[in-house]
Each structure stands twice: as structure tokens, then as C-alpha cells.
Design a protein around this ligand. Structure first.
Ligand code: ATP
Length: 376
């Protein structure tokens, strides 16, 4: 059922987090009108930890839990670490991931018009797949729980459960059903990326995916070992539709996928569970360029579009789904027409100029179609 208004909890975080998050809020307000989304701002991140001892303060967590969706900039500062040497900032989204059970990390890899891929023979439309990274178990489940024995031997354990694989596999098949298939042949395809030839945990991951595949005769199941996958994503990216992978493998191959379509500055991310969704760009907090108006907000803006579509689907609200389309079209027009080109794509436009360019396109489209009345 569509709601009158949706509560969005935002956490700016560290480094470029505040600029890209606030840029996205401005774009989403333009796309949805002033009243459809209500944004509330909350503390959290490495700097906040340094000041207060909390990376995810209890009131921020409470707000995230009750909100309809969570929008996050980025968190993490290189010097702010725990005693074991691991970075504090990552704990913001890791805690949210585990506490809110956000088991599917959705990372679309799409080559936009106007962006030159380092894979020079590929055009917009030919790279368009989604990596679904299992987000709650795998090797990263051991974070904070590994053993360091007298400074001599360290172990971290890879955890794979039937429930964990079943739900992320089912999610991936369902996602494929909503898409148009792989650019190469239009086939709906769910590729299981693992290392089943070496480790039992990955063989189990694959076997459970195979079992779930029985429910989805309309989607082709396909397999790739992760080392081969790094080659395939460079040589034949058009073959892929949806790829599911264990947590660490998904993390690694999604950076590779991002590089093929113009970099992390263009790569959105959605972390989804059955009840909650967290949206942020795939990049980190980039402290080297923070506060200088150098960051590209596009990854966070595109994550905002994923948020609108996810909310729209959940609440059967076409206003949100069409706002998501408009945000993506505005980004596509800005890139295709070169209204503004971000620095990480070889241009000069900073965060403010990129945001203004996207908002201008949205405003023009609003005037052209008279969409304002229906969106607000
Ligand atoms: P994390 O481990 O938290 O993902 P990271 O160590 O991989 O972070 P990032 O913070 O993503 O690193 O930054 C990597 C490089 O990419 C840096 O040089 C940074 O300036 C650049 N970068 C990251 N995000 C953006 C962005 N939105 N716009 C422009 N450059 C960016």
C-alpha cells in the first residue's frame, strides 16, 4: 500500500560522506517533490567514534530500525582503528548489516551512455549486470571473531549456511526475473561465482544454489570459479545478467565490475533484507579529497534511485518507481550530453556542479511533462 510519506534515516558519515549524502538528498527531493520523503539526519562513523566511543550510536540505530529506508554517505578514517588494527568506520555499515539482517548486497554494473569504458570495445547497453553479494556470512562473518594465537598463528573461518545461501540464491533468481536478461543473448541467467573445486564451503554454496534453481526453470543457472570470473568480466561482460557470490568474492568482483564501467564513483549499492534497506555508493570515504568539492556524488545519487525503486516495489507506489526512473534518466542525460563531467571521469566538475547538473535535468523534465503535480 502506498504511504503518504516515507521516513528516510540518513547518516552522512566521514570524509566525502557528508557531501555525497547531502547531494543525494537534494536530488531525491527534486525528483519526488518536497513531501513524499521525510529525511532525518543521524550521527555515526569513525569521527563520531573518536569523539564519543560510538561508531553507530544507539539513537542512530533506533532511527534506522524504524525508518522505511536508510541512506548513507560513507564511513571510515584511516587513522581511526581498533586495537587489533582493523578500521572502526566499517563497523557502521557492518553493524547495520548484521543487526538488520541485510543479506543481499545488490551492486549493479551498468555502462552508461557518455562514459568510456577502459574495455574500449564495449558500448552503453552491452555491460548491464548485477552482482548480488551474500552480505551476512562467508569469510567476513569472522570479523572480530578470528583467532590470533600468541602473535604466531591467525585464523578466520569461512561460514556458509543453508539458510544464508537459499535466501540469497532465491533473491538472485527473483531479481533476474525482473530484468531483461543478459545483453548478449537476452537470456535470464543466474551465475554462481565460487571456488567449488577447492573448498567444501563453496561446493556447498553451489549445491544449495542448484537446489534453489529447481524452482526457477525460466532462469538459466550458470557457474564460474572466481579466478576465471575476473577474466570473464573483462572479456565477455555482456554474457552476465545476475551473479551471486559469497561475501568476500562479491566484494572483490564488484570492484572489478565497477572499474569496467567508469569506476567506483559511478557504482551504486543496496544492502537489502526482508524488512530493511541500506543504500550507499560502493566507494569509501575518500579522505584524500574530502571537503574540497572534488568528489563525484553520482554513485550515491544512483544508490538513491535504487532506494526509490526498492521502496516503490515494497509499497506498490508507482510515484517512487517513476521518480527512480527519472533520477537515472537525469544522470544518463548529464553523462551522455556532457553537461558536467566529474573529475574521476576526466572532467572538472566537483560535487556541487554535478549535483546541480542532475537537478537541472530533473527540473527541465518536470517542466516538460508537468510531472510536479503527480509527484507531490
Ligand atoms: P573502503 O575500503 O572504505 O571501501 P577504499 O580504501 O577502497 O575505501 P575509497 O575511499 O573508495 O578507498 O577511495 C579510493 C580512491 O578513489 C581514492 O583515491 C578516492 O579519492 C577515490 N574516490 C572514491 N570515491 C570517490 C568519489 N565519489 N569521487 C571521486 N573519487 C573518489
Amino acid at each position: 500500500m502506498p504511504l503518504k510519506q516515507y521516513e528516510i534515516a540518513t547518516i552522512d558519515g566521514d570524509g566525502i560522506g557528508p557531501e555525497v549524502c547531502q547531494a543525494t538528498v537534494a536530488v531525491l527531493r527534486e525528483a519526488c517533490g518536497a513531501d513524499l520523503l521525510n529525511f532525518s539526519h543521524h550521527d555515526g562513523g569513525a569521527d563520531h567514534y573518536a569523539r564519543t566511543g560510538h561508531v553507530l550510536p544507539p539513537d542512530t540505530f533506533a532511527a534506522c530500525k524504524t525508518a522505511h529506508a536508510i541512506l548513507h554517505g560513507a564511513a571510515g578514517m584511516p587513522g581511526i582503528t581498533y586495537a587489533d588494527g582493523t578500521e572502526v568506520g566499517n563497523d557502521l555499515h557492518l553493524q547495520l548489516r548484521f543487526k538488520l539482517d541485510l543479506y543481499a548486497n545488490v551492486r549493479p554494473v551498468r555502462l552508461w551512455k557518455g562514459v568510456r569504458s577502459p574495455l574500449r570495445d564495449w558500448q552503453a547497453g552491452q555491460i548491464d549486470y548485477v552482482i548480488v553479494r551474500e552480505n551476512t556470512e562467508g569469510l567476513y562473518a569472522s570479523r572480530g571473531g578470528g583467532i590470533n594465537l600468541r602473535g604466531e598463528v591467525c585464523t578466520d573461518t569461512l561460514v556458509v549456511t543453508r539458510k544464508g545461501v537459499e535466501r540469497v540464491a532465491r533473491f538472485s533468481f527473483e531479481l533476474s526475473r525482473k530484468r531483461q536478461g543478459a545483453p548478449r543473448d537476452g537470456k535470464r541467467r543466474m551465475t554462481v561465482c565460487d571456488k567449488a573445486n577447492i573448498l567444501r564451503s563453496y561446493a556447498f554454496f553451489r549445491a544449495v544454489c542448484d537446489e534453489v534453481a529447481q524452482e526457477y526453470g525460466d532462469v538459466e543457472i550458470d557457474y564460474a570459479y572466481v579466478d576465471a570470473m575476473t577474466v570473464h568480466l573483462v572479456k565477455r561482460p555482456d554474457y552476465y545478467d545476475v551473479i551471486v557470490a559469497e561475501n568476500m568474492f562479491g566484494d572483490i568482483i564488484s570492484d572489478l565490475g565497477a572499474a569496467t564501467i567508469g569506476g567506483m564513483g559511478l557504482s551504486p549499492s543496496a544492502e537489502l533484507g526482508d524488512h530493511h534497506g541500506l543504500f550507499q555508493g560502493a566507494h569509501g570515504s575518500a579522505p584524500d579529497i574530502a571537503g574540497q568539492d572534488l568528489a563525484s556524488p553520482l554513485a550515491t545519487i544512483l544508490s538513491g534511485a535504487l532506494m526509490l525503486r526498492w521502496l516503490g516495489d515494497r509499497h506498490d507506489d508507482t510515484r517512487l518507481v517513476s521518480a527512480a526512473d527519472r533520477v537515472e534518466q537525469a544522470v544518463e542525460q548529464v553523462l551522455a550530453e556532457g553537461d558536467a563531467v566529474p573529475r574521476d571521469l576526466g572532467g572538472q566538475a566537483g560535487c556541487r556542479a554535478m549535483t546541480a547538473a542532475v537537478i537541472r535535468r530533473l527540473a527541465t523534465e518536470r517542466q516538460d511533462t508537468g510531472i510536479a503535480e503527480t509527484a507531490t
